[in-house]
Design a protein. Structure first.
Length: 237
């Protein structure tokens, strides 16, 4: 069981050049489940994930993990929409986070090989990461994030430009991670994906959490007019 939760967020806000990107946000997250962040373009989904992960400067408020900042930093990972790869093999890319953490070359290699199998890249270990397809890249990014056994994984639109097959494979990896006890906090534009993966939904609008609900609650009976309009495919500002 994760010792990182609850995560308590109070009045958290991040600005860039005077403009509020997201916030103020009040939020309490418990262990377990999948939190999916949705909302129109520019609503602040990416900014919220970055702020919670601690890579966007906090200009106001606080973000407190139950286990303390230092341990929390070690036990979380982030998968970006367009992951940046080392110009080296799939195996080296997977081994890299372990090597950074002081794991021996031999052990890192063994774990990289096992992770490649787990994310469906067992046949690609020796290939340069730069020649991978979009779906393979995203699976590599997931493997690289999961290899240090995070308790929390943030994902920003991990399937943004993937075809159906790659999306299904990525979702399978995510479901396995959830079964293994990883807490997911993820943004998506894809409402089908949100329904498939989420246990709860945060609907963002104008940098604020406009509505929060369990997946069934939110999709079947959204409480606010804006959430209803958004789910209806209307333009929401
Ligand atoms: N580096 C930045 N500098 C200035 N403004 C930014 C920066 N990053 C984001 N913004 C602005 O902050 C707001 C929130 O952006 P953010 O990317 O978090 O939204 P989003 O919901 O993830 O959008 P999308 O769905 O388009 O990815 C937007 O108005 C965006 O234009």
């Amino acid at each position: 069981m994760s010792d990182m939760f609850p995560l308590i967020v109070e009045g958290a806000l991040t600005r860039r050049r005077g403009k509020v990107l997201v916030g103020p946000v009040d939020l309490r997250l418990e262990a377990g489940g999948v939190t999916i962040v949705i909302g129109p373009n520019g609503a602040g989904k990416t900014s919220l994930l970055r702020m919670l992960h601690g890579i966007a400067r906090l200009n106001a408020g606080r973000i407190e993990w139950a286990c303390g900042q230092e341990r929390a930093r070690e036990k979380q990972a982030f998968v970006f929409q367009t992951p940046v790869m080392l110009r080296r093999s799939v195996r080296d890319n997977l081994a890299y986070p372990l090597r950074l953490g002081g794991v021996t070359r031999r052990e890192a290699r063994a774990q990289a090989d096992a992770m490649a199998e787990k994310v469906g890249l067992g046949d690609a270990l020796g290939r340069p990461a730069t020649v991978l397809s979009g779906g393979e890249r995203q699976k590599l990014a997931l493997g690289r994030a999961l290899i240090r056994s995070p308790q929390v994984l943030f994902l920003d639109e991990p399937c943004a430009s993937l075809d159906g097959r790659a999306m299904r494979e990525v979702e399978e990896i995510l479901k396995t991670a959830v079964q293994d006890g990883v807490r997911l906090i993820m943004s998506t534009h894809n409402m089908g994906q949100a329904r498939r993966l989420a246990s709860e939904v945060l609907f963002l609008l104008g940098g604020k959490i406009h509505e929060r609900g369990s997946t069934v609650e939110f999709f079947d009976a959204p409480k606010t007019a804006q959430a209803r309009a958004f789910l209806n495919g209307d333009i929401v500002e």
